[in-house]
Write a protein that binds this ligand. Sequence first.
Ligand SMILES: Nc1nc2c(ncn2[C@@H]2O[C@H](COP(=O)(O)OP(=O)(O)OP(=O)(O)O)[C@@H](O)[C@H]2O)c(=O)[nH]1
Ligand SMILES: [Mg+2]
Length: 163
Amino acid sequence: MTQRRQHKLILVGNGGEGKTVFIQRLLRERFEKRYLPTPTNTRVYPIEFIRNDEPFVFNIWDIGGQSVLKDFTADYTGADCAIIMLSDNKNGVKTLKTFQNRINQYCGNIPTLILFNKCDLARTVENYDQLIQTENNVLLCSAKNEFQLESPFEKLMDMMHNN
Ligand SMILES: Nc1nc2c(ncn2[C@@H]2O[C@H](COP(=O)(O)OP(=O)(O)OP(=O)(O)O)[C@@H](O)[C@H]2O)c(=O)[nH]1
Ligand SMILES: [Mg+2]
């Protein structure tokens, strides 16, 4: 019998980078223009992909970025992969190390992708160009334009396979 592979994926980043809207677009919902900060109760979205003809389920934990100063670390427990979302905000790049350290501290050395959302904005592409000089596993997407919404998961599956 085929086993469904279940993985806990934490989606983290500063408030307003587009984490929730990105998930909504993956789920084929309309683009939400307003910024509605995710409240303190983290929501989990199971999303299934097919890998080598077998189901591969990411349970995506959408962790509100406004809560970064609160003790949200309980949500990190047991994650086996992570996406740190950045976008046009320069502060996001500055706080990247904070998220990386936090993930290392609570989850160990799990496969972690840095995803620049809002690549429809020039400032995002500038931030991306700067970061790829020093970091590996960095991708661009746009939740607004539905550009590369699934590639991050293909990449993560590759990273997990090679881990
Ligand atoms: N231009 C542009 N705007 C986007 C894109 N994705 C999201 N946004 C906008 O970014 C804002 C924040 O989106 P959210 O998804 O709520 O951000 P978040 O990261 O979940 O924020 P927190 O829940 O506070 O952590 C909204 O106004 C969205 O319309 C994108 O690809 N391009
Ligand atoms: Mg949110």
